[in-house]
Design a protein around this ligand. Structure first.
Ligand code: EPU
Length: 341
């Protein structure tokens, strides 16, 4: 039985920035096999469709005049266990952090560095979530999705997903047409930890841990995130509001000649990734507050809603930040969340 759609639905509690917005209809999806008939009926009516997971990477800049599909499907299925590898399929409505904790409890390792990222499993492939030295693409096997444009089920390999830093095919060719239904992970039953990220090393050292287990890494990641990033349940935010800019080698060299202390990391093909937070911080924005729209006081990359901020206020603040970084450093920084409307 398909749950009835809710008309004129309030989206404020369905987006972690807690921005005020309404959808003409909110349609819960509890069974992925309902998607073909559901989407077909909506498209026949010429209706716009937006897929929502945990709402942690979205800015509602206006009301949504169509149907929001709220993906609520649950389920974790062990598909295969061979040697030291497990393959596990997870339904998109599962909470991301709960899944990471569950995998760890089962002795399925590899997701510890991605602990405490807000949102659902289904949102993870869209922006190829990443933190503390690990990206989703490193642990991904396949993605299953319904293509509402071609009216067929997709079974995408990692290569098909075309993932790179905070990017994937779901933001490009398949944007607005593929609805992700299950994510298949390839995890290890043999502990292999990645703890080279400076913040993690500091936290582990402070706890006196010298040879960390996956559980130690999980705990350290949670501690670092709790110390630096605002909890969306307490203060509205969408994580990093900007992507870290990746510059070609020649531009990077020019920038580093002028600003040798700018934090940077090697990217592919000689390109260099810079820390947007550092640029924003250097422009003096950290902790700024304009009404209820602000910049987090412990991580300059995170914009926050202290309570009653509107999307206009938040986007104006973001635009002013972008302009000042461009003026001072000649670098363009781009918003990370999907901006709707
Ligand atoms: N920095 C500042 N000022 C600040 C914050 C950071 O100068 O206010 C400097 C730090 O000193 C550091 C550098 O910027 O040298 C990088 O900071 P950090 O390690 O906190 O990471 P980030 O690049 O700002 C990225 C991800 C985060 C992820 C962390 C850890 C993006 C857009 N963001 O942030 O992801 O948790 O690395 O891996 O890539 C998210 O996407 O929502 C998110 C939180």
């Amino acid at each position: 039985m398909i749950a009835p759609a809710l008309p004129d639905a309030d989206l404020r509690d369905l987006n972690t920035l807690h921005l005020p917005a309404r959808a003409a209809r909110l349609q819960p999806v509890d069974d992925a096999t309902d998607l073909p008939s559901l989407t077909e009926a909506l498209l026949q009516r010429g209706e716009r469709i937006l897929v929502l997971g945990g709402g942690s990477n979205i800015v509602f800049a206006a009301d949504f005049p169509g149907t929001v599909l709220q993906m609520r499907t649950r389920g974790i299925e062990l598909l295969a266990h061979d040697g030291c590898t497990v393959r596990v399929a997870v339904a998109v409505g599962e909470n991301w952090h709960d899944w990471v904790g569950h995998a760890l409890d089962q002795g399925w390792y590899g997701l510890e560095n991605l602990a405490l990222i807000p949102g659902t499993v289904g949102a993870a492939p869209v922006q190829n979530i990443g933190a503390y030295g690990v990206e989703l693409v490193d642990r991904l096997e396949r993605v299953e999705a319904w293509d509402m444009q071609d009216r067929r089920w997709l079974d995408l390999t990692v290569a098909d997903c075309a993932m790179s830093y905070r990017d994937s095919v779901f933001k490009r060719r398949l944007a607005g047409r593929a609805i992700i239904t299950r994510v298949v992970f390839r995890l290890s039953t043999r502990p292999e930890v990645r703890a080279d990220y400076a913040d993690l090393q500091r936290e582990l050292a402070a706890c006196g841990v010298t040879s960390p287990t996956p559980r130690d890494v999980f705990d350290a990641v949670c501690a670092v995130r709790r110390a630096k990033l605002p909890d969306p349940a307490v203060i509205g935010n969408a994580g990093s509001f900007f992507r870290n800019p990746v510059l070609p080698a020649d531009e990077a060299a020019r920038l580093l000649a002028a600003h040798p202390d700018a934090p940077h990391y090697p990217a592919t093909d000689g390109a260099v990734k810079f820390a947007a937070a550092w640029f924003i911080d250097r422009c003096g924005w950290k902790g700024t507050r304009r009404g209820d729209a602000g910049v987090h006081d412990r991580q300059a990359l995170v914009l926050v809603n202290h309570g009653q901020a509107t999307a206009d206020q938040l986007l104006k603040l973001a635009a002013d930040i972008q302009a000042s970084v461009r003026e001072r450093f000649g670098v363009d920084i781009e918003p990370e969340p999907l901006i709707v409307g």
